[in-house]
Design a protein around this ligand. Sequence first.
Ligand code: NAP
Length: 332
Amino acid sequence: MDRAPPRTVTARAARNSDSSASDWSMHPMENQPTPVTVIGLGAMGTALAAAFVRAGHPTTVWNRTAAKAAPLITMGAAHAGAIDDAVAASPLVITCLTTFDGTRLALEPAAASLRERALVTLNSGSPADARDTAAWAIGHGARFLAGAVKNVPSAVGAPDTLLYYSGDKTVFEDFETTLQALGGDTVHLGDEADLAALYEMAVGALLLPALVGFFQGAAAVRARGLEVNSMVRFTGKWLDMIKTLLPVYAQEIDSGDYTNAASSVNLFLAGVPYDEDLGKETDVDTAWLAPLHDLVRRAAEAGHGDHSISALTEVLRKPRCRERPGGFVPGT
Ligand SMILES: NC(=O)c1ccc[n+]([C@@H]2O[C@H](COP(=O)([O-])OP(=O)(O)OC[C@H]3O[C@@H](n4cnc5c(N)ncnc54)[C@H](OP(=O)(O)O)[C@@H]3O)[C@@H](O)[C@H]2O)c1
């Protein structure tokens, strides 16, 4: 890529440019790449900004630790010295800080410049934090979308990388083409700003138990003097098998009918001592499994012994959460 000379953005320069904020958001430039601002240049924010630069979008960047902007400036991004200048520079402002709280704190000095800007958050966080941030941003006149990147920084910009968004659908529609520079699998889940955070956490819940399971297996294999690499292919196939089960279990949970059990709660209960034996034999700490074993036991005690293992969902759900009307299938 050609090296562009470093550009510095000031609020006055941005406000004196040809297009007002309202022009930009009302009439996205269809024939020219939309200017974008990226705030927060950690591992993920840097990947997001680099993807916009590569896609030809005039990209302004800001980070609390300004030195992290250097590689992006080399690529052709403009650096804003003040966060207010960064917000004023583009109709579309993407933030990627660690938390929603940090995002609001960092944006506070630029709050007046948020009016009519499309603000898109791409950090992780709880649905409650997303709702608070939506209220804060809309209160300052911004059009708000909360999103989540369901992949690692190196996957940003790839055609099958998934990002989902929720909140103001007009923001999604106005900037959908621009947002696709971050990943080709781009989905709007609905108008409620907390949906992306809900799905981010609901889908992400699998990660830690799945990884700890892999690490436990790795420790057991290492205890026998074998290389962990020797089990990677088999674990990959195991994950493929689990993937095929997800729609089956989803159907059982959505219908509440657990009677057609291919793998029953009792079958998992029978396997509990194997985990304990393996732990003793290999000197691997399997204590992290105790609450999971307890969950299986409680399911059997509640009468789900012959039911599908997906009936564990019933044990996990607390009574007040059991019904929520108005279910929908996002992204279809
Ligand atoms: N990395 C991943 O694999 C991944 C994948 C999916 C989602 N995410 C999500 O993306 C978000 C960012 O992750 P990351 O990997 O980029 O994290 P990171 O590398 O730790 O970067 C964090 C960024 O947030 C900024 N920041 C934090 N608190 C701040 C504050 N109070 N004021 C101003 N700036 C603040 C940091 O600024 P300084 O540079 O000044 O410290 C830095 O730019 C997180 O919510 C994460 O869960 C990450």
